[in-house]
Ligand binder design. Sequence first.
Ligand SMILES: Nc1ncnc2c1ncn2[C@@H]1O[C@H](COP(=O)(O)OP(=O)(O)OP(=O)(O)O)[C@@H](O)[C@H]1O
Length: 732
Amino acid sequence: MSTAALPDPDDFDLTPTKSDPDDTTAAVLDFVLERRRRAERAADPDADPDEIEDAESFDDAPPVEGGPVDMADDIPAEIRDRRQDRRPILADWARSWRGLRAMVKHQTKDAGYVVAYHGVRSPKYAGKLALWAPVGAVRGIGRALHWAMAEEGNWDLRQAAAQRGEADVWLKLDARRQRQSVWRWWVLAFALLAAIAATVVLALGPAWWTYGALALVVPLLATVGRPADRPITDRVSEGNRYRKLTAELVRRALTSLQLAAINSAVAKDPKAIAFPYDIHRDGPGHIAIVDLPYGVEASEVIARRGKLASALRLPLDQVWPEPAPGHTGRLALWVGYEPASQMKQPPWPLLSDSAKVDLFKPFAFATTPRLDNVTVEMMFRNWIFGGQPGSGKTFALRDLLLAAGLDARAEIRGYELKGVGDFAVLEPIMAEYGNGFDDETLARCFAFIEWLYEEARRRSKRIEHYAKLGKAPENKVTPELASLKDSGLHPLVAWFDELQELMTSKYGKEAGEILEKVIKLGRALGIIILIGTQIPDKDSLPTGITRNVNSRFCLSVADQTANDMILGTSAYKLGYRATVFEPVKEAGWGVLRGFGKVQSVRSYYVDTTAAAKIVARAIALRTAAGNVPTFPEDREVAPQHDLLADLLQIWPGDEASVWNETLIEHLAELRPEIYGGWKPAQLTAMLSGKPYGIKVAQISRRIDGKVVNRRGPAHADILTKATERKRNQSGN
Ligand SMILES: Nc1ncnc2c1ncn2[C@@H]1O[C@H](COP(=O)(O)OP(=O)(O)OP(=O)(O)O)[C@@H](O)[C@H]1O
């Protein structure tokens, strides 16, 4: 071996040499001597390569991942138990309905294929049966007679005895043959009688008995009669069927990747590629967990997915290598029964009539190649969808908006800068919607981004206020605050499809800077930014934005730069490559990052008709929650407030009149950004001035035995004014 001829001078073993266990004095190892000895052993062409290692230390069992450094006795039993890899009692496919269904479906499909394959060839098989069955009958009778005479073996022995002239031996052998032969003739005679009886019964019985017997006997006879190399049935062509994943196949594929580290390791030790678990069914396919040779990372194999598929002789979208948990050298190679492009995706769970969404909780967004459901979240997240035309980013982005629609609290505003109208179906539930790439739409979109920043600032004040009240322990929006009417902290979903149109326009630079700030500031405040873009270069999508986005879905892209721009630096090198997907044909497929392990998924396909149904349900939910008509369209004054309504809302108990000071305290709690810092005189002025004209009189209260006079309005006056105004408005 060439490596053996070039000993590495630094290749010494750091484990102590075996010594007398009772000898507690440390042995001094002469490194120079030891290296020379090793070099000599390694250079010896006759030396057993295994002996270069300590033969006793060689362990061909799969390595135990991350085992304890020191097997101390005091490791608690429950931890030791947990570390034991127990194989599940039931096979993977039998442990879930999904697995069971996939297995049954696959087996049925497979069996159906085999039946159809042979069915088409049945006339040919019938011809073969007709030809070989008579031959088989004659041959069968011949064999039966031969067997009954018991000459097999005996004849040769008798012949040898005759040649040696040993007559008594010959006679003994013949007597033995006769003894064997007698009972065989009896068996044959009974078989013959049984056959005659069966023929009579068949002749007397119904016709289908005869057909049944023929169906049994004729193929048997034909099998006996046919030449050994010409089977009656054709072999089912393996090419079109699923190839079972075997360890040998995986080994061969891995060694065909031209990865020097794998090939040299396997050349030295064929067990360098190990399988810690048996290859088993997993959903609609098989999975092989592979421990790659020492020092080889799973990502190196994943990056060569095309070569792997070639080595397995399978289409690319049937072969899904992924990093497996445990260590970086562990690979999970999943091979589907059929290419992912031919597998039918289940319908989106949110299409069901009872589906609701809570944006604080995960919801279904996509499926894996095994058709497992992948859930995602929107709260405290910002998203980028990137991909070339026809990759499916608009549809994927729309899925999220539809989900947001089903949370009645969510306010949705956004711009489609392509001008096609893919999002028009959502218009009834959107507070703001722009479509087009004309200057006016771009200007509105830019103004919207500016407003978002202001809104983020307003929200930060509100959060500060609620944090003081102990209602926002992490200075973040909580589900309770989001649900609190008029808290101004409900989820705000701001989306931009084809953002590159704005970024490359005259508004681009400023818009990019502001949006980056919004992304940074708004995440904790319930502002969710969703961006779809076609050209992810730094002009179309400022790096300040990409860097701060925490959820990414990269659909089919043309090159490494685009891939890394969306998924993050080095994603391509690590094996996360959306370049493997073809636009249009594999629309909806992409690499999802930000939700546990990075993986390839396909977004749920929801066409516009299905989308319209979801929107209808969203309208019903929102009407019930009082959010239709939608959130105020005029965002400049958002959030809108109404002093009288607010006063009625915060009015303490059933007091007839309340001091201004007390009212301001409560008002500031409700809307800190508006009423925070108000003075009693200001409230008096607001109420008594236009348009309300409410009397704010002196109210006497006895505090600590003393009479205190302060100004404040009466509940009845405010209620009267509010009702009057409402009546006037509805009369208009
Ligand atoms: N998840 C999916 N599954 C199956 N087909 C899909 C999926 N998503 C999208 N498609 C199909 O791909 C087509 C293109 O999708 P989409 O319009 O979202 O692409 P795009 O990336 O936005 O392209 P463009 O930039 O040209 O608009 C759709 O018309 C749809 O038929």
